[in-house]
Design a protein around this ligand. Structure first.
Ligand SMILES: Nc1ncnc2c1ncn2[C@@H]1O[C@H](COP(=O)(O)OP(=O)(O)OP(=O)(O)O)[C@@H](O)[C@H]1O
Length: 230
């Protein structure tokens, strides 16, 4: 079992988090005392069998769900509701793109909603830079339903990193990518951490594990290191 790092140095601190979902067939204990600290600048991959609770943990970190017990802090502050994009950005498994906005408008959204929105020129430059890095700068005026899943996934990543978040949570960010579109996505995830974000990526993809500083696994509702035998 991982030993927690000192809370003072951690950007993300998850302490003894418990979550039980209520089903008509009975309660399901998904998280049974999760402990995990992620430092600023660190990229951690989270693996575990389907249904092990990876998305449930990310939902709690992003403030969309709450633990039944335990605490989650970002930079020493408890998460009480979905935080601002610049503090904690999320790339959900289902992308969460606004279908009524174009690709460029989706990526610009966190910048427009920020405390100090950039000038139109700076905003446009940031959006174009990200889309170009991901090889989808020809799609700026399309709407999400008019592009492929792999392209939507890259748009969702561009949107997540646009405001240079302190924390990035990504759920299976390479699930729909082919070999050609994988490298820029890996570079962007790594760069986000290298610029100081705490990055947690739920993934089964070995390519993502290879760029991680550390790998952890959810097993039987707790965090273990992947080298531990069942
Ligand atoms: N809102 C909910 N209500 C009840 N049960 C839920 C809810 N959300 C998830 N679950 C259950 O909790 C467990 C964990 O689900 P979760 O989506 O976190 O798994 P996962 O590890 O992300 O799986 P996958 O790799 O397939 O995406 C599953 O058994 C799932 O059926």
């Amino acid at each position: 079992m991982n030993q927690p790092r000192p809370v003072a140095t951690a950007s993300v601190s998850i302490m003894d988090v418990i979550r039980t979902y209520q089903h008509p067939s009975g309660p399901v204990d998904v998280l049974r005392g999760v402990r995990l600290n992620i430092d600023s600048g660190e990229l951690v991959t989270l693996s575990g069998r389907s249904g092990s609770g990876k998305s449930a943990l990310l939902a709690m970190l992003s403030g969309f769900d709450s633990p039944d017990a335990g605490t989650i802090h970002v930079d020493g502050q408890p998460i009480v509701e979905p935080p601002h994009w610049a503090r904690c950005a999320v790339l959900p498994q289902t992308f969460g793109l606004a279908t009524e906005l174009t690709v460029a408008e989706n990526v610009a959204l966190p910048l427009r909603l920020g405390d100090s929105a950039p000038s139109p020129a700076a905003l446009s430059a940031r959006v174009n830079e990200l889309l170009a890095e991901l090889g989808i700068d020809t799609l700026t005026s399309r709407y999400p339903p008019e592009i492929s899943f792999g392209q939507q996934q890259r748009v969702a990543l561009a949107r997540a990193v646009a405001a240079r978040p302190r924390v990035l949570l990504a759920d299976e960010p390479t699930a729909h990518l082919d070999n050609a579109s994988m490298p820029p996505v890996l570079r962007m995830l790594r760069q986000c951490a290298d610029e100081g974000a705490a990055v947690l990526v739920a993934t089964h993809d070995q390519h993502v594990h290879e760029i991680a500083d550390r790998q952890v696994q959810l097993r039987d509702g707790v965090i273990v290191t992947p080298t531990e035998d069942p």
